[in-house]
Design a protein around this ligand. Structure first.
Ligand code: RUQ
Ligand code: CUA
Length: 636
């Protein structure tokens, strides 16, 4: 999303005071402190960590240092230290980068049909996409990696579809999407987060207010529209409950101790136009007591709507009046956007978006205070257009400033000690190019961030890359944050196809993908050399065949015009990285087959003629010869 800035300001009219502040902190230096040297050294291999003491470069001539002497190159043949999972926005996919090289290693289709991976082209993935709403695209925003005991466990990535109100699960054993659920009673599921420490619930944060159920009632009565928070069970991907609230819901994050979930609300008035939505000086941070909500569901205190127990969490709800309210409403300025919980679980930090502050909320105080606003313990003045906050595990917060085109580093405890709206907790600001949305620090969402790398996901790149027409790439900038003395150091620009939103960064030791499929994990039955056959029955033809270098199990198969044809193909290779595909272009088929993978595709042979079935993955010198004929006999 592109948030509405309070003014039209962009990088070009940055506050000169903050720029000067940046300069002060970005001073040339001789080297990294030892601990950071070790971390950086591990990241880039033994060599080349300090590429001489070059100082900082004013490489775009604006008088501001914008590159550093931290060498983030990863030599050919060497591997990165981190996986970064970046959402693809309205491309609908997830991109996998290696950090610090920022090389894009893989793309994982999620809400988009994609031919290179045959996603949406075989029966199983097509059915998954169609049964979850039959949409052809999605807007993937918030990739969150599953955790156990507040640390990444390498099992799954969950990601929302902001456009169509869906939630998807990516299986990290195979780096592929294995489940999508279309969430009822909501439009535009924005935030996507887990209940921690163990990812036992996934939350979809319902952004758009609509009538519930949305069946034609209350069409033009916005006061009667509602948003819901949705809880999803991660193993089954079933929606287990929802909570309706006043106002709307935007971004979210889970507390670390299995109880709290936080979501921002930029439309507390329930408005339907931009100017009305931006009018109130405060909107809400909502704190959901998920344990109390589960108790209400267990006690039957809900209304079932479209098959889902919906609990009433509005301010007027009787369930919200006692000493254990389901949802606490905290007033925060102004159209707040991101919320994230600090690694130690002490605070939830909310970004003001239309107010130049972040609001620090002490989570334990919810049980102690009568007025929910008394949970606010700090409110540093961070700069223009604060959107999202990440952590280094050393007590610092890093917040993107959309309007100022900067990332600001500030001290969390200093913000608690300082007066409200004070700049004292600010440590430094660094210019980014330009207009950042999210940012992510290595393992920032866990209890133990790594504290070395940070990526600022900038919405605009303007002139940072060769011009490619009116659609510009975005710019994911890599910043080194491992040296508090030297300050934040901008290391790398990375053009990104529109439009990444959020990311999670995971140390490579926590992810262990399989190089080859285990046939046991696949729904479709393995076809071995002895199993190749053609089964014909009442206008249905089932072709079971193998694929291997350099042929399919049949050189030709004849079917009748009008037959419903199913082809099941197994790539019987066991050599890793040796893929085949089954492409029948005139029938719009292209199924990918990784080693030991079996896929099935069904179509109606409604065009008589000769159709080459060929392999679209380059598999050997005789790859072009890997083709067989499908002969469709005309009806008599
Ligand atoms: S949002 S740029 Cu969809 Cu995460 Cu804030
Ligand atoms: Cu098999 Cu190309």
């Amino acid at each position: 999303m592109t948030p509405t800035p309070p003014t039209d300001a962009t990088a070009d009219d940055r506050d000169s005071e903050t720029t000067a502040d940046t300069d002060d902190h970005l001073i040339p230096r001789l080297g990294l402190p030892r601990r950071d040297f070790i971390k950086a050294g591990a990241a880039v291999g033994a060599m080349g960590t300090l590429a001489g003491c070059t100082g900082l470069l004013d490489n775009n001539g604006d008088g501001v240092a914008s590159a550093s002497d931290v060498d983030a190159s990863v030599p050919p043949g060497e591997l990165d230290e981190y996986y970064a999972f970046l959402s693809g926005g309205h491309s609908g996919d997830v991109r996998v980068y290696g950090v610090p090289s920022m090389r894009q290693i893989m793309r994982i289709p999620v809400f988009n049909y994609e031919s290179a991976r045959g996603y949406g082209h075989d029966d199983e993935t097509r059915e998954m996409l169609e049964s979850a709403g039959d949409y052809t695209w999605g807007d993937a925003h918030h990739p969150r990696v599953s955790q156990t005991d507040n640390d990444y466990d390498g099992r799954w990535v969950f990601i929302n579809d902001k456009a169509n109100g869906r939630m998807a699960r990516i299986n990290l054993k195979y780096f592929e999407t294995d489940a999508i659920v279309d969430i009822p009673n909501t439009q535009g599921v924005h935030g996507a987060c887990a209940r921690l420490p163990d990812t036992d619930l996934i939350f979809g944060v319902g952004e758009y207010r609509v009538p519930i159920p949305n069946d034609g009632r209350n069409l033009d009565d916005p006061d009667a529209y509602e948003s819901v928070l949705t809880a999803i069970e991660p193993e089954s991907m079933n929606v287990v409950w929802q909570v309706r609230v006043d106002g709307n819901l935007d971004n979210g994050d889970g507390g670390k101790n299995g109880r709290w979930f936080f979501a921002t609300d930029y439309n507390s008035d329930g408005a339907v136009t931009e100017s009305e939505m931006a009018r109130p000086d405060t909107d809400y941070l909502k704190a959901f007591d998920t344990i109390a909500i589960e108790e209400a569901v267990e006690n039957g205190e809900y209304e079932e709507i479209n098959g889902v127990p919906v609990v009433d969490g509005t301010t007027e709800s009787p369930l919200n009046q006692g000493d254990r309210p389901l949802v606490h409403y905290v007033d925060v300025p102004k159209s707040p956007h991101g919320v994230s919980v600090t690694p130690d679980g002490t605070y939830a930090i909310v970004s003001g978006k239309l107010d130049p502050t972040c609001t620090v909320v002490e989570i334990d105080r919810f049980d102690e205070v009568d007025d929910p606003n008394d949970v606010i313990v700090g409110q540093p003045l961070v700069g223009g257009g604060p959107l999202h906050t990440a952590y280094d595990g050393r007590g610092h917060a890093y917040t993107t400033l959309f309007v100022d085109s900067q990332v600001v580093k500030w001290d969390i405890e200093a913000a608690v000690d300082a007066e409200r709206r004070s700049e004292d907790p600010i440590i430094e600001k660094i210019d980014v190019h330009y207009n950042p949305g999210h940012l992510i620090a290595a393992e920032s969402y866990t209890a133990d961030p790594q504290g070395d790398w940070l990526i600022s996901l900038n919405k605009l790149s303007k002139d940072r890359f060769l011009p490619v027409g009116p659609v510009h790439p975005e710019n994911d900038q890599l910043i080194y944050i491992g040296d508090d003395d030297a300050g934040m150091q901008l290391v790398k620009d990375t053009p990104a196809y529109p439009e990444p939103h959020d990311a999670s960064m995971v140390h490579r030791s926590k992810i262990d993908p399989e190089p080859v499929y285990d046939p046991e994990d696949l729904e479709t039955e393995y076809v071995d050399v002895d199993d190749t056959e053609v089964i014909r029955e009442d206008g249905r033809v089932h072709i079971k065949m193998t694929s291997q270098r350099n042929e399919f199990g049949f050189h030709d198969v004849t079917v009748q015009e009008g037959d419903e044809v199913t082809i099941t193909t197994t790539n019987i290779e066991t050599t890793s990285d040796l893929l085949h595909s089954l492409a029948i272009p005139q029938y719009d088929i292209n199924v990918k087959l990784a080693p030991q993978e079996t896929r099935e595709v069904t179509f109606t042979a409604d065009k008589p003629g000769v159709y080459w079935m060929y392999c679209a993955y380059f598999c050997s010198a005789l790859h072009l010869e890997m083709r067989s004929r499908l002969l469709v006999e005309p009806e008599e």
